[in-house]
Design a protein around this ligand. Structure first.
Ligand SMILES: *Cc1c(COP(=O)(O)O)cnc(C)c1O
Length: 381
């Protein structure tokens, strides 16, 4: 049998090692040191963000955002059910209630019209997720937020390097969280960042990030000695991770260019098959620039999704069904949600099939995956 094709393979460049050796030689390991500062400046300049805070994960960045918003029991936060657990759990931890909203079936991103129906007197925040690096309908979300005085926190975990027009995902709302987990385009094993675009939120967010102290104010010469000033946590990673990540970030353009070629290759095989009706591909609005984070299709039925996934598996090709929606997860059930709460998500989630996608794939690999899908869906008959 041909070599297996894995779903993901973490990205590496030839420069992480050199930066890691610099950290070893410097004997500065603990975090918020020179490499963390370099990562902050690089991200701020590249994406035009006023303030970046590097975190140990995107989960951590979302938790920091939730802490900064000072959410309380009784507050409500609207989150798509079709997302990773952290999008909801980061806000739930504050004591706020989660309200799940439904998705736009053409992208699997939250549907602003559905969000509108779920806004109450208690709603404090909305958390759009940019699934697969496809920008969510931010204009409509920001207009709703304006009208109802809500905070917006972008879950741009999958979105680094993608944009809507010239606005990078994560840099559009008041705050945005990105992930540097090894399954994302760029990574530090684990890692993330909070983009603080609303400068009014930054000062206290920085103290919360610095374990609830004003230590960074001491570095800036604003106070003589530092002390406990806020609720906070140990949100940032070590300098080893920051150094590793800096090397990766310096290769963002190469990373994107390689993925673009692979994505277009998948498209060239699969777009023509859409018309046969066995699956749909996401519809990408013209002003969305992708970071080509993932390639997924939405099968005509759950049976079709399983048939394709199993058929690929039998050919040594790893593919995965999308998220178990949070409202129907064990935790969602414990919180009292039922399948009717978000019917479109309930219907579509088990039909989303993510295909192998990473920088080490070859054109031949993509051709092999696509040929297998043609074969399994009876394409060309
Ligand atoms: C990966 C991911 C996260 C979590 O990121 P971590 O860095 O692993 O904490 C959150 N939300 C979405 C949509 C993700 O894809």
């Amino acid at each position: 049998m041909a070599d297996p094709i894995t779903f993901n393979r973490p990205y590496v460049t030839d420069t992480e090692r050199g930066y890691l050796e610099e950290v070893l030689a410097s004997r500065r390991f603990a975090g918020n040191g020179p490499f963390t500062q370099r990562v902050h400046r690089l991200l701020e300049e590249r994406f035009g963000i006023p303030h970046v805070l590097l975190t140990h994960s995107c989960t951590g960045a979302l938790e920091l955002a939730a802490l900064r918003l000072e959410l309380e029991p009784g507050d409500e936060v609207i989150v798509p059910s079709y997302t990773f657990a952290a999008t909801a759990s980061a806000f739930l931890r504050t004591g706020a209630s989660i309200v799940f909203c439904d998705v736009d079936p053409t992208t699997m991103n939250l549907d602003p019209a559905d969000v509108a129906t779920r806004i109450t007197e208690r709603t404090r925040a909305v958390v759009p997720v940019h699934y697969g690096g496809i920008g969510a309908r931010m204009d409509e979300i920001l207009a709703l937020a304006d009208e109802h005085d809500l905070h917006v926190v972008e879950d741009a975990a999958q979105g680094l390097g993608a944009s809507i027009g010239d606005q990078g995902l994560g840099s559009i709302a008041g705050m945005g969280a990105v992930s540097f987990h090894e399954t994302k385009n760029l990574h530090a094993g684990l890692g993330g960042a909070l983009f603080v675009n609303d400068t009014d939120l930054f000062d206290r967010a920085e103290d919360m990030w610095e374990r609830g102290t004003n230590r960074t104010k001491m570095f800036k010469g604003l106070v003589d000695k530092y002390t406990w000033v806020e609720q906070g946590s140990s949100f940032y990673p070590s300098e080893l991770q920051a150094a590793f990540l800096l090397a990766q970030l310096e290769h963002l353009d190469e990373n994107l260019a390689e993925r673009h070629v692979l994505y277009d290759r998948y498209d060239s095989h699969l777009r023509p098959l859409e018309a046969q009706g066995r699956f749909a591909l996401p519809r990408i609005p013209p002003d969305r620039h992708l970071n080509w984070h993932s390639y997924f299709l939405i099968a005509e039925s759950i049976d079709d999704a399983d048939l394709i996934r199993e058929g690929l598996g039998a050919r040594g090709i790893q593919a995965f069904i999308g998220y178990v929606p949070l409202h129907s997860s064990p935790m969602g059930r414990k919180l009292g949600f039922t399948p009717d709460d978000v019917p479109i998500t309930e219907e579509l989630a088990p039909r989303v099939l993510r295909l192998p996608f990473h920088n080490d794939l070859t054109i031949d690999d993509v051709d092999r995956v696509a040929a297998a899908i043609v074969d399994l869906t009876g394409g060309g008959r």
